[in-house]
Design a protein around this ligand. Structure first.
Ligand SMILES: Nc1nc2c(ncn2[C@@H]2O[C@H](COP(=O)(O)OP(=O)(O)OP(=O)(O)O)[C@@H](O)[C@H]2O)c(=O)[nH]1
Ligand SMILES: [Mg+2]
Length: 284
């Protein structure tokens, strides 16, 4: 049957998305939490591909990124967000404002905390933000692979945060993958019946070039550590694809001239290291 609606779908290019089976569930899951708790690591593990870069340095994620997991039961669209901390300056306020928008525009909030240390002021600040939303919240204790002997005490500090609001609590390790199937089932339970929002084989809505730029930025964060601030910006200028080789031309922009020297290194050694490490990541 050909209705006007079908034509509109075809025109907007969405006709390639198949219809979901009866009873299928779908929805958006916002991953929020303090910097460095493992939000991006978790999203990558859940969708089975590296979409968001990760690093031991706080404030790695800068943009809201979507990772898509399509199973036979449900399509889960994860929204990875920059870590939230109490703002001390104008930029911080913008980040918190963005986090608020993320919280209100998803179907479920997955509030991720670092279960290997006790709950702190940073987590309580986020609890405050969450008390203003109607979105259901699940509290996820990550890094259980790193929990010390007194795990019960650590857990209790987070239970106290969840209890007043009746939030469900789940423990897992984003790094080892331990208990992630339990988390996945819990999330699916929370979702309402819905369509495929994306083609079932898509894992992210980010363009390939954006991810290439991020993989270069990740190596800069890992290799230069504190010396180069997070203000480094990557622009992919050209991608040349040939039969056996793909050439990626990228520009690295820094804020100060002094940072250029550090990035380039003695005789270009640092730039070479960054280049080959990023190449390995982009290849895989
Ligand atoms: N031991 C252990 N380390 C983890 C786990 N999950 C993440 N990490 C590590 O924690 C660090 C931070 O991980 P990210 O995924 O970048 O954290 P994030 O919350 O996205 O950080 P921001 O983007 O800065 O907010 C990295 O060094 C990860 O390898 C885990 O389950 N166990
Ligand atoms: Mg991140």
């Amino acid at each position: 049957m050909n209705s006007i609606d079908d034509h509109i779908l075809e025109l907007s290019g969405e006709a390639t998305i198949p219809q979901a089976p009866a009873g299928y569930k779908s929805g958006f899951i916002g991953i929020i939490g303090r910097p460095n708790v493992g939000k991006s690591t978790l999203m990558n593990q859940l969708v089975g591909q590296k979409i968001a870069i990760t690093s031991p340095v706080a404030q790695t994620t800068r943009n809201r990124l979507r990772g898509i997991l399509t199973t036979s039961e449900a399509q889960l669209i994860f929204v990875d967000t920059p870590g939230i901390h109490k703002p001390h300056h104008q930029l911080g306020k913008v980040l918190v404002q963005n986090a608020r928008i993320a919280i209100d525009s998803v179907d479920v909030v997955l509030f991720v905390v670092d279960g290997s240390v006790e709950a702190g002021g940073g987590d309580r600040y986020i609890v405050e933000l969450l008390t203003h939303t109607k979105t259901p919240v699940i509290l996820g204790l990550n890094k259980i692979d790193q929990q010390p002997q007194d795990a019960e005490y650590l857990d209790s500090t987070y239970m106290q945060l969840a209890e007043p609001y009746g939030w469900q609590v789940v423990k897992f390790s984003a790094l080892s993958g331990d208990e992630l199937p339990t988390l996945q089932q819990l999330l699916i339970k929370q979702l309402e019946p819905g369509p495929y929002y994306y083609p079932p084989d898509l894992v992210t809505d980010q363009p390939e070039r954006f991810i290439m730029g991020e993989l270069i930025r990740e190596q800069i964060l890992l290799l230069t550590r504190e010396e180069i601030p997070h203000s480094v910006a990557i622009a992919i200028e050209k991608v040349e694809e040939e039969a056996t080789i793909t050439r990626v031309f990228a520009a690295i922009n820094v804020e100060r001239d002094s940072q250029k020297g550090i990035l380039i290194g003695k005789g270009g050694s640092m730039l070479k290291t960054i280049g080959s490490a990023a190449r390995e990541q982009i290849k895989s």
